[in-house]
Write a protein that binds this ligand. Sequence first.
Ligand code: NOJ
Length: 528
Amino acid sequence: MSRRWWEGATLYQVYVRSWLDADGDGSGDLAGVRRRLDHLVDLGVDAVWLSPTMPSPDTDWGYDVSDYYGVHPALGTATELSGLVADAGERGLRVLLDLVPNHTSDRHPWFLDACRGRDAARRDWYVWADPAPRGGPPNNWLDATGAPAWTLDEKSGQYYLHNFLPSQPDLNWWNPEVREEFARVLRHWFDRGVAGFRIDVAHALYHDRNLRDDPPSDVGPGSRFGLAPVHSMNQPEAHQVYREWRKLAEDYDPPRLLLGETWVLDVERMAAFYGQDDELQLAFNFPFLFAPLDAGALSGVVGDTVAALGDGSCPVWAGSNHDVSRFPTRWAGGDAERARLALVLLCTLPGATVLYQGDELGLTDVPVDPGAQRDRMSRAPAGQFTRDWARTPMPWTTAPHAGFCPDTVEPWLPLGDRRGSSVAEEEADDRSVLWLTRRLAGLRRRAFGGTVGGYEALSLDGACWVYRSGPLVVAANLGDGDAVTDVPVADGVVALSSRRDGRTGPAWAPGRDLVLGPWEAVVIETKR
Ligand code: NOJ
């Protein structure tokens, strides 16, 4: 088995609170994850990333940590988590935890100490600044809600920085003690068999030491409420931290994995987080996630990604997570054939893929009315996306609460109308998205297992994109009409078609054109 076990792997994000409620309180927990590990095994997953498991007051559902060495009592105990890691290990599944190094909870003992006064031992673990000369926040930085990123601490007369909510004070990564503490946190979990970390806002850690204003920026995905966050976060010093963590991760056997939530919107900057193969082994590709489901746009970003990463690095492809609209909604507008095609792309591009729970069912977003919303960071009027829409519970069965929690308790977020898309229903239908995902995961193991697999664009003709990925050749028609394409390979067999009716699949043979239906992707397995 390759030491770089993540190459070609299928990773899977479990949003613990919405996976399975084992203790009957309406909210998912670690015992629930443990109970349904076989769903992941049957799917063909190699590793599971658990959304935050550490104690937290939950103003941002675990992304406001109050103890980096513990387990959130609402999710379970340390024993439950180690049991989960052991059960997963027995099934050949690795477990990654979510690490939140940019900020803590304002209830964390470190911050409580820092608030004791300017001379407190941990004062400098956070970012404090005097008011601007004319009063008010020290500079123009904005937080994730668009409000000033500074909150006044009345007692000391200074402001503290929070790039997210006021309850999430930013740590001061310029302080070497913070770095030392996090090295301890990493070792603590690695020593307990945790296979690695997904690193929250991995691009953010450092802020400009001189607290210079962020410059204005056009409204768009790179802009934070009209500002480019080039000083409030995104400082190059984060790279030193990842070099240090990489060494630490490589001291373990097998090496532990660092998967960064690198929310940057150009592939060059994303690629920089891999360093010279001495920083993160995997960095999420947001330029890909935010590209439209369009042949030109996607083939462009895939080609740029592969070029920016070079041969040694492993790309990561994801279409959904707990912060964005699910891809069957965002990319496919709820159209089942488009979603199936997108899944084929996600699972056949070279490198690692990260599925989000429900992707394997083709789940779309579930609208959550304002009265039922639980996310403080993205509250929205009725009919407008908030992150809650992507966080609703997994539908396991056709029971009123979908087998997620007892029918006698209210689930923490509504289930919405899940008719037809529960695990039980899709299990019984071998043309479902669930079965398509299983076939794709099996194909990935055969084709890539333990390698990155090379990428080569073979053709791009209007809506039709044909590429080679390791031993696979994929022809995808991202258009509403039929398409005919040449597949320039001398051998190969059709492994699958994305379409529910699978109609084109068997008709192709080497040397013949391939006829693709609307929104159909066909995967050909060659001997190479
Ligand atoms: C990214 C996480 O995915 C998101 O859910 C969270 O709100 C922010 N980071 C802040 O930790």
